[in-house]
Every structure is written in C-alpha cells, then in structure tokens.
Write a protein that binds this ligand. Structure first.
Ligand code: A2P
Ligand code: MG
Ligand code: MG
Ligand code: MG
Length: 398
C-alpha cells in the first residue's frame, strides 16, 4: 500500500494493491496543480527507479529563494523581528518566511508529488493576537520575494496562505515514503549576530536521505581554512547540493557553474583543523578540545554557526566536525539531514559518538549516542578512539 498524504486541504489519496483509490478531500489548493490519481499511480510505480533530478532542481530553487529572503532580512534586522520560542531559542521573521517560501516552491515545482514536510517552525505564535504584526511582515516578505523572482504566476498570498504553508511542516517523517526535511534557518543565533547560517533542505525516501541542499549566504566561496573570519572583499554565498550516488557540488548562490567538491584526504591529525559550534551552549568546547588534544590536532578550533560547517567540511576547508550537545538536548533531523548527505557524498563519514551511522528514519528526532562526529574515512578510526577515551575520562571525573 502506498499512502500519499497531501497537506493544506488537498487530497489524501490512499492506494491499495487492488488498486483502490480513496480521495478524502476535494482537490482544492491555492498553490497546487494537483496530480490526478492516475499520475500518482504512475509515480508510485516508478518509485524505485527515480533519479531525483526534478526534486533536486526544485530543492535548489526553494533554498536559493529562501536565502534571498533571509539576506534581505539580515541586512536590516530589527529588534522586533526577533522573538523567543517556548524553549527560549530565538526565531525571526526570516525563519518563518523561509519556511513558508520553501513549502510554497516545493509544492509549485513538484505538483505531481506527494508532499510531506518535516520542518522546524510552526505557526502557533503567529496565530495569537500578539503575532499579527509579525505575520503581516512575514506575508509581505514572502510576497515580495516571489514577485522579485518573477517565475511564479500566483495571486498575492494572504496571511492565511502563509500560515498554511508554514504548517505544512508538521509531518512526523519516518521510515516509509518520502518526506522533505527543512531547517528554514539553521543557526538562528548566528543569523541574528550577522554571522553564518544555512537554509538546509533534504529529501528522505524510505528513511534514507537521498538528496540535500545547503544554502549558506554568508559563507565565502573561497576556503575558510583555519579562520572563520573573512575580509569584506571575499565573495560570499554558497549553495552545496548532493544526490545519493552522484557526489557533492558547490556553486555560488548567484548561480555560477557547479564544481564538484571533496572532503580533505589528510591522514595526519596534525594537519587537520576541526570545526565546532560557535555557541558553547550548543556543544561542549571542553570535550572537543580534549578529543583534539588526544588526536594530536595542532590548529585551534574553527567555530562557526550552523550546517555551514558540513558545507565547509565537504570542500576540505577542515577535516573534522565535533558536536557534543549538553545533557538533555535532543538532536532534530532537520539539523543534520542535508549536511550529512553533503558531506558523505563528498567522501566523508558522519556517525554518532559510538560510530553508528545517523538514522533519519525515526521521526522528527535523531536517536543517537552522545554526539555527532564527522571526518574522512582515513581519520575516522583514530577519531573514534579519541572520542571514546575522552568520554570515558569525562564520565570518570564526575
Ligand atoms: N541548546 C542547544 N544545543 C544544541 N543545539 C542547539 C541548541 N539550541 C539550538 N540548537 C541548534 O543547533 C544548531 C546550530 O548550532 P550550531 O550553530 O551550534 O551548529 C541549530 O540547529 C540550532 O537550532 P536553530 O536551527 O534553531 O538555529
Ligand atoms: Mg530554531
Ligand atoms: Mg537548526
Ligand atoms: Mg532553525
């Protein structure tokens, strides 16, 4: 049985092997030219032989457009644009606007697809009386970005359309079918500070990440090597993309020709610089420092926000990424899905602290042992050993 869940009041179509088709809602959507059941059956039949080219093109377009919206907001960020969520983490008009735009673009560009989106933000706060001004600002940002792009002929979106597009991201994901996975702004704290952030979009098919796109508007096109700061002359704005079995590419967000990228091939930890979170509250800097010492890494850590770390690693700017959130924090799939395929298709390996591959099939959260480590194939065994020793020491000193 193949179940296609269409959100936003569009049809829920259920197929059984008979095939029996049930359409539980009328085919009505402002955005979609929805698939007929016949088209959907054909799509289901050719499921296993998909090349994901159309999906990748749609994902690149969605992330690039969202990046434009974010760049505009970051340039003139107002204090009133930043709010606090119930977990005390920040959210801005750009996080919401980016999520609405990506949701809108995917549905427009992939009209014959089932559409399930697992995304970070929800519209709860925007539906409150206190959220109305923010909602108007987001709606304007989304409409302005669509109008400036010029490739969609749609009526102006209403605030209700924008709320609906944001709430498409409520899917639970899982191991069956296809699910888009979105972090509309990964690294919101970096975004607010004027530093690095990423729009991270991936596609899961039967629980596996099959494509990923990372738009990193502030990441220099040239290597950031051992220094996360860059001069104002450096050209910035990178788009990384990867498809299962097809490698990882990078192009400028302005649309230069893509170049194939590869992780660092160094086997020598002394030459290997490592990335970690800018925010000490997101990852234990003490633990990474202990691991780096054991491994013999000489260079100081390169601290940058967001999945831009995975992008930079995929082109060999550094050789290791260490992430050890503090006790009680649960990693979400949208914080790693796109980055993971970008780095693995570039020849890297991403595992949890025990060396298990990251499993994106368990729903909205990653279920993992302690932390996330990323490096190349050659360095992974010695990195795992250093991680184990450092974790043992940290436990015995408690
Ligand atoms: N307390 C926390 N511990 C670890 N990661 C966090 C925490 N709070 C938010 N994050 C998420 O960590 C990621 C960025 O971390 P870093 O820049 O350190 O890699 C983001 O996905 C961010 O969410 P968000 O997407 O809301 O910015
Ligand atoms: Mg957040
Ligand atoms: Mg995030
Ligand atoms: Mg986010």
């Amino acid at each position: 049985m193949v179940t296609i869940n269409c959100l936003r009041g569009v049809p829920k179509i259920t197929y059984t092997s008979t095939p029996k088709i049930t359409i539980s809602k009328p085919v009505v959507s402002l955005f979609s030219k929805r698939a007929s059941p016949l088209v959907a059956i054909v799509a289901a039949a050719s499921f296993s032989s998909m090349s994901y080219d159309t999906e990748l093109a749609a994902a690149k377009k969605a992330a690039s457009l969202a990046a434009r919206l974010c760049q505009k907001v970051q340039k003139a960020l107002l204090q009133s644009d930043v709010q606090s969520k119930s977990d005390k983490s920040p959210v801005t008009v750009a996080d919401y606007g980016s999520q609405a735009l990506v949701s809108f673009v995917l549905e427009r560009e992939l009209p014959s697809e089932s559409f399930s989106l697992v995304a970070e933000e929800d519209s709860g706060d925007l539906r409150k009386e206190s959220g109305q001004e923010t909602l108007q600002r987001i709606t304007k940002l989304v409409n302005d970005t669509i109008a400036n792009d010029g490739s969609f002929s749609v009526p102006t979106l209403t605030a209700a359309d924008v709320l609906g597009a944001i709430d498409c991201g409520k899917s639970d994901g899982g191991s069956h079918g296809r699910h888009w996975v979105l972090d509309p702004i990964d690294g919101t704290k970096g975004f607010v500070r004027g530093d690095q952030y990423a729009i991270a979009l991936a596609l899961l098919d039967e629980g596996k990440v099959v494509l990923g796109v990372l738009a990193c508007p502030n990441l220099p096109l040239a290597s950031i090597g051992g220094d996360s700061r860059h001069s104002s002359d450096d050209e910035v704005g990178c788009l990384f993309f990867a498809k299962v079995g097809a490698g990882t590419y990078m192009q400028s967000l302005d649309g230069s020709s893509p170049i194939k990228v590869h992780v660092s091939t160094t086997e020598n930890p002394e030459e290997a610089s490592f990335f970690e979170s800018f925010e000490a509250a997101h990852s234990s800097h003490d633990l990474s420092s202990s691991i780096a010492n054991k491994l013999g890494v000489k260079a100081p850590p390169v601290r940058i926000d967001s999945q831009a770390k995975y992008g930079a690693l995929s082109r060999g700017d550094g050789a290791i990424y260490l992430r050890f959130p503090h006790k009680g924090y649960r990693e979400k799939i949208w914080d790693h899905a796109a980055g993971c395929i970008v780095v693995t298709e570039a020849g890297g390996v991403a595992t949890d602290a025990a060396g298990n591959p990251l499993d994106f099939s368990k729903g909205r959260y990653l279920d993992l042992d302690t932390g996330i480590i990323v490096t190349n194939q050659k360095l992974m065994p010695s990195l795992l050993k250093a991680v184990r020793e450092s974790l043992d020491e940290a436990t015995s000193s408690l």
